[in-house]
Write a protein that binds this ligand. Structure first.
Ligand SMILES: Nc1ncnc2c1ncn2[C@@H]1O[C@H](COP(=O)(O)OP(=O)(O)OP(=O)(O)O)[C@@H](O)[C@H]1O
Ligand SMILES: [Mg+2]
Length: 282
């Protein structure tokens, strides 16, 4: 059993976990793409950062997103998560257009380059934060919803911490942790929400090389049958090794996409070739 299946075993089933009053509109689960990006353009201050970009991501796929600095990788993730709105185009999750749905109502959690933990909360409270706000459907409760109990929160947080190798760290001050440990807390904080889509934006680029390995190992272990993962990374070996699909972006468009084998071993685009060659010398 893989790691995410393990956590799902202790989490309530999806249909019980939604908050009825904030859940997205009913969706059709047709089609194999959980994320469908159609003709997205994003303009910042008159500059086109994403240019009529279209992309489908299958349910359960592990996608790595590569490309030179400034090509629009973070912007694309922020659009999926709902922190940006497209200038043109639409993003669908499970067949539902999501542009008007705010981030907290999307089945998406993101781990950023800088872990942005709450400095005044300990490890446990950092991971528990989102769960405390979440409501669970419960037909026996008033209004049909209730909050998670203290015991439920404790179980979920402890399991998430276990999955990132920080089982005994709940009481620790986050400022007393190494960068790698802090990033693993950030991963636990995303995981504990049991998202359908888990995004990572260069999760190791703020870390020393020796700490990078421990975080990549955790992400690798999360590869699962039913959680879709989109990972922006400059770790080429990792991107090639773990991905089901590799997307190479340049200048706001998808320059090339395919299996790791196709993109890394047999790139078609000159820009991809040049990028891969440049990364070999890093
Ligand atoms: N809020 C914003 N306002 C103005 N310009 C922005 C904003 N966010 C991003 N940009 C610009 O959009 C372009 C794409 O940025 P983005 O952060 O998506 O690139 P990236 O591929 O993630 O780069 P990196 O590898 O350096 O993280 C850049 O030129 C950036 O300056
Ligand atoms: Mg970026």
């Amino acid at each position: 059993m893989n790691v995410l299946d393990k956590i799902k075993g202790i989490l309530p089933k999806k249909e019980n976990a939604v908050e009825p009053e904030i859940a997205p509109a009913p969706v059709s689960k047709k089609g194999e793409n959980i994320i469908e990006i159609k003709g997205i353009t994003k303009v910042f201050d008159g500059v086109t950062v994403l240019d009529d970009l279209s992309l489908g991501i299958k349910r359960g796929q592990f996608v790595t997103l590569l490309g030179p600095s400034g090509c629009g990788k973070t912007t694309l993730l922020r659009l999926i998560a709902g922190f940006e709105t497209p200038t043109e185009g639409e993003i669908y999750i499970e067949g539902t257009p999501i542009t008007s749905i705010p981030p907290f109502k999307r089945p998406v959690n993101t781990v950023f380059q800088k872990y942005a933990l709450f400095p005044h909360l300990n490890v446990f409270k950092n991971v528990a934060f989102g769960l405390k706000l979440k409501k669970v459907a419960d037909p026996t409760a008033k209004n049909g919803v209730r909050k998670y109990t203290k015991a439920e929160i404790e179980e979920k947080v402890n399991n998430a911490l276990k999955l990132v190798g920080l089982a005994d760290y709940g009481h620790r001050d986050v400022n007393s942790l190494s960068g790698g440990q802090q990033q693993r807390v950030a991963i636990a904080r995303a995981l504990v929400m049991n998202p359908d889509i888990l995004c990572f934006d260069e999760p190791t680029s703020a870390l020393d090389p020796e700490l990078t390995g421990e975080v990549l190992k955790v992400i690798r272990e999360l590869k699962s049958g039913d959680t879709t993962m989109v990972v922006v990374t400059h770790e080429m070996e990792f991107a090639e090794d773990v991905a089901d699909k590799v997307i190479f972006m340049a200048n706001g468009v998808i320059e090339e996409a395919g299996t790791p084998e196709a993109v890394f071993k047999n790139p078609k685009s000159e820009k991809t070739k040049a990028f891969l060659a440049s990364r070999k010398n890093v």
